[in-house]
Write a protein of this length. Structure first.
Lengths: 266, 667
């Protein structure tokens, strides 16, 4: 592992509307070529952390550095820095509907490269290659509302991959996908990592965690990172996972179902 | 006159009465309204962009999708039927008047261009009425009554919004009435046959205002107030979009001063419109003083005598000694009486508003909630918002009532009376209709045919050219030939002729046919009586040749225009339409917003459908309570706005993440 991390957070805190804390004193380093998973209960701050890493929201306190430079609102106003940062960090949103905003799939995928300032000829080639790679060439001229959830996810991933970023951020990539599509996506993430991409993902998919991640960071419900370690170690620490309310400790089984619900209908 | 009132009211229930279709206004009138609207659009775009910067595209696009859907919400009204609202003032209160101008304009454009509702040539006039006059007049009234620093939770806010919506819609209706009413005076043949809309100001203004003051305005006000009230309770941060610095709760003595600036803007706007209304019973444009009018032509005595008395009143009581002689400055006299009249009405509204506001405030003070409500879909990443409390998750007992079976289906097997479709089913039906039409036109557009093969640019230019041509034709046989030509084109494009004819003529008899019928009488259109129907106070009355000719012209022109628009919308995939607009030098930003609005229209439509389906699933017993139905619609529209806004924030982030800096680029 190289000495200098690609992305680094130092004591970052963030509050929504200046009132509701989402991150409290978070420090985290992302190293080149690794797969890092963020674990934690709903609402613990994983998505916010990804948004900070993508330069979409900015910490109230603390520092965020990417590729050795500070990322701030003001820095991203700089056109050259903006272009450099945006093309090197890609973000696949959890909500594909928010990400797929163009009238057609082709225009959607072309959006990023066009904003990077690539000439139209190069954009065309890249779009065609990406469509081919994700096996969605037949959807190119379709409108987003005609797509299924799995197809929309493919388009969302294509729209990010086409920019060829070094770091890929995924927010719950396999949520709400059928098992086959989820398997495909897990495989894709591993392939991308082997091709040299750095991966950061927020996930609840504990079953495929050992494939999806080399390292895990665990959030508490107090919006802090309380543990870091390899998947096997984290998954083995039952009391840790229970203390952050990620798993339920089997208490649901202690309560029998109401009798009325078990009686067959008369 | 009564006849005209009834008929316009019939129209109210079918189509939004202020949606003017092609064929009613002369091409030159349409051009004038495009000319009037373009500078407003440009100014609005500049102003909104300066405030929201790179947020502009998603905010305005999703605002437009929201406006489109708000026009689709069926609001139950006490007579058992439902009515639509326009929502122009609601959007202005939530997003500010300039953003509302663009959002509502684009919603109207989507209706005209993709769904064939409302004219393409008449789009300028429709946008002027509903997207410019309505939000600005309504917002001016709102801001005149609601001070910027008034607490977000104040009951005066929904009240002010309701009054604003009421006045705004009526201002829009007045504009439409004036546009209609000027047509016969401006455009007629030598023998007096009106070429376009046949009614005079004296008929259109009372008819339009009658329907709007009584029904549509009340519905508009109820929905607007309902949504603002819902957002005050459930999603307060949303109200901050247009009110960034306002406190949630009243900290000290609330400012009670009026927004004088907005009051003046509002009064100014109304002053421009009102004289036209006051002069309605006159000849053209109030060139004549009341005494000069040939009022007996209209067989109207009540209104003119009132007018004469007012004119005299100002003259004698107030302006005696000033140089307002009857002959010299009748128009100035009217303008001044208009101004004074408005002032009186404005003061009356204000007094009522103050009294009601105070009463509601004292009522609320007693029951003022202490805990601030957490926002539910307030802002980007709302899912991440939690109050930092580690909640103990010990097992909680299941409530007892949950274990007992509710009374289910009746054991004897009877299900009970079937209910008639409620506003819920109607809205669901409308939503399904929008989707069905979009999918259907997509299928048609992709099937082989003559017009499908044609380049979309050619079709757009051709459409506008042919609409203007149809607007300029003055003989019925030529119009019939034009109509038959559209049938030929439809056949060549492999459209089902039965469907095509039904689609066009279903609208023509319901709206145009019924509206135009009274215009054939000698009451409305003077001329040679060809079908005598007796006499009225010694005058021969009946159907006039001019009236019949005019009615025929109007019906054929509207049928031809609608056919042309339907042909183009059905045979062109909307993405091609967007690309064509782009290559026809329509500003790129505008086309992007239009495309995004259309895309999220369907996404938000899904939310509406889910909401109404969930309501339907939980509906036990007959839905008879109109008030609770209306509260649900208002909550639905309010929640939808929360969703729409959160979505626009997320889309903005998704755009930023891929390098968007506010400049639109396209292939």
């Amino acid at each position: 592992m190289p000495d200098h991390p690609l992305l680094a957070l130092h004591g970052v805190s963030y509050r929504y509307l200046g009132r509701f804390p989402a991150l409290v004193d978070v420090s985290l380093a992302v190293h080149e070529g690794e797969k890092l998973a963020l674990l934690g209960a709903n609402g613990c701050g994983k998505s916010t952390l990804l948004k900070v890493l993508d330069g979409l929201v900015f910490p109230d306190e603390g520092i965020y550095e990417a590729f050795g430079a500070k990322v701030t609102d003001a820095n991203l106003e700089d056109e050259q820095f903006n272009r450099g940062f945006r093309s090197r960090v890609g973000f696949v949103f959890q909500n594909s509907d928010a990400q797929v905003f163009s009238p057609t799939v082709r225009e959607e995928i072309a959006f990023g490269p066009l904003n990077m300032g690539l000439p139209p000829g190069v954009v065309d080639v890249r779009v065609a290659d990406t469509l081919e790679m994700l096996d969605i060439a037949d959807l190119a001229d379709r409108a987003p509302y005609q797509l299924s959830g799995g197809q929309k996810k493919r388009v969302a991933i294509a729209s990010v991959l086409v920019m060829n970023p070094d770091v890929l951020l995924f927010d719950e990539p396999t949520a709400a996908l059928d098992p086959r599509t989820a398997d495909w996506l897990t495989g894709l993430i591993v392939d991308l990592n082997q091709a040299g991409k750095t991966i950061v993902l927020a996930t609840h998919d504990l079953a495929s965690l050992d494939v999806l991640a080399d390292r895990c960071a665990v959030f508490s419900e107090g919006h802090r990172i309380v543990a870091e370690g390899p998947p096997a170690g984290v998954l083995g620490d039952r009391s840790l996972l229970e203390s952050v309310n990620l798993v339920g400790g089997g208490r649901a089984g202690e309560r029998p179902l109401p009798k009325a619900w078990r009686q067959p209908a008369k | 006159m009564q006849l005209a009132c009834d008929n316009v009211q019939v129209a109210t229930k079918g189509v939004s009465p202020v949606h003017i279709p092609d064929g009613y206004l002369s091409p030159s009138t349409c051009a004038a309204f495009y000319g009037a609207s373009v500078p407003v659009w440009v100014t609005a775009a500049r102003r909104v962009k300066r405030v929201v910067k790179s947020r502009f595209v998603p905010l305005v696009a999703i605002g437009a999708a929201y406006s489109f859907l708000v026009m689709m919400f069926n609001v139950p009204i006490p007579d058992g039927t439902t009515a639509h609202a326009v929502g122009g003032v609601l959007v202005a209160v939530l997003l500010g008047p300039w953003a509302a101008v663009i959002a509502v304009s684009i919603a109207l454009l989507i209706q005209a261009l993709f769904f064939g509702d409302g004219g393409v040539l008449a789009y300028g006039a429709n946008a002027f009425n509903m997207a410019i006059v309505m939000p600005f007049v309504g917002y001016a009234v709102y801001r005149a009554l609601v001070h910027r620093n008034l607490a977000l939770t104040s009951p005066r806010r929904p009240l002010g919004a309701a009054i604003g919506a009421y006045v705004g819609l009526n201002a829009a209706a007045l504009c439409a009435a004036v546009e209609f009413g000027l047509q016969p005076d401006l455009f007629h043949t030598a023998d007096g046959t009106p070429l376009y809309a046949p009614f005079h100001l004296a008929q259109t203004i009372p008819a339009m205002l009658f329907a709007h003051l009584l029904v549509a305005g009340v519905v508009e006000a109820a929905l607007t107030a309902g949504v603002v009230t819902y957002l005050q309770r459930a999603n307060r941060p949303i109200l901050r979009i247009n009110q960034a610095m306002t406190p949630d709760w009243e900290v000290e003595e609330p400012p009670t001063g009026l927004g004088w600036r907005w009051a003046l803007i509002g009064l100014g706007l109304m002053a421009v419109l009102t004289p036209l209304g006051l002069l309605a019973p006159g000849g053209a444009f109030g060139e004549a003083a009341p005494g000069d009018l040939d009022l007996r032509r209209y067989h109207l005595d009540a209104v003119p005598s009132g007018l004469r008395r007012y004119a005299g009143f100002w003259h004698n009581a107030l302006f005696n000694g000033y140089d307002f002689s009857h002959d010299a400055h009748p128009v100035a006299g009217y303008l001044i009486s208009a101004a004074v009249g408005m002032l009186v009405i404005g003061l009356a509204v204000l007094v009522v508003f103050r009294v009601v506001g105070r009463r509601m405030r004292t009522g609320e003070a007693a029951a003022a909630p202490v805990t601030p409500v957490a926002p539910d879909v307030a802002s980007p990443g709302a899912a991440d918002v939690t109050i930092d409390l580690v909640e103990p998750r010990a097992a909680r007992p299941t409530p007892k009532w949950l274990l007992e079976a509710e009374v289910g289906l009746c054991p004897c097997g009877c299900i009970g009376k079937r209910r008639k479709g409620s506003f819920v089913d109607k809205t669901l039906g409308d939503g399904a209709g929008v989707l069905r039409r979009a999918v259907f036109s997509d299928d048609v557009a992709r099937s082989p045919g003559l017009l499908q093969r044609m380049d979309a640019r050619v079709k757009i230019v051709g459409l506008v050219g042919l609409l203007v041509a149809a607007g300029l034709v003055r003989t019925i046989p030529v119009l019939i030939a034009c109509y038959l030509a559209t049938l030929g084109l439809a056949a060549a494009s492999r459209l089902s002729l039965a469907f095509f004819v039904r689609r066009v003529w279903l609208f023509v008899p319901i709206f145009t046919g019924v509206v135009v019928l009274p215009a054939t009488f000698s009451f409305v259109t003077q001329g040679h009586i060809v079908v005598p129907l007796g006499s009225w106070f010694g005058h021969r009355v009946g159907l006039t040749s001019q009236g019949l000719h005019s009615a025929g012209l109007l019906v054929m022109r509207v049928a031809t225009s609608i056919s042309l628009v339907v042909l183009v919308t059905l045979t062109t995939p909307w993405t091609n339409l967007l690309a064509a607009l782009r290559s026809l030098r329509v500003p790129r930003m505008f086309v992007t917003v239009l495309g995004m609005a259309y895309r999220y229209l369907f996404h938000l439509l899904g939310s509406v459908t889910d909401m109404y389906t969930a309501r339907k699933a939980r509906m036990v017993g007959a839905e008879t309570d109109v008030a609770s139905g209306r509260a649900f619609v208002a909550a639905g529209a309010g929640a939808l706005f929360g969703k729409a806004h959160a979505l626009s924030e997320e889309v903005h982030q998704a755009m930023l993440a891929r390098g968007f800096t506010g400049e639109v680029r396209s292939l």
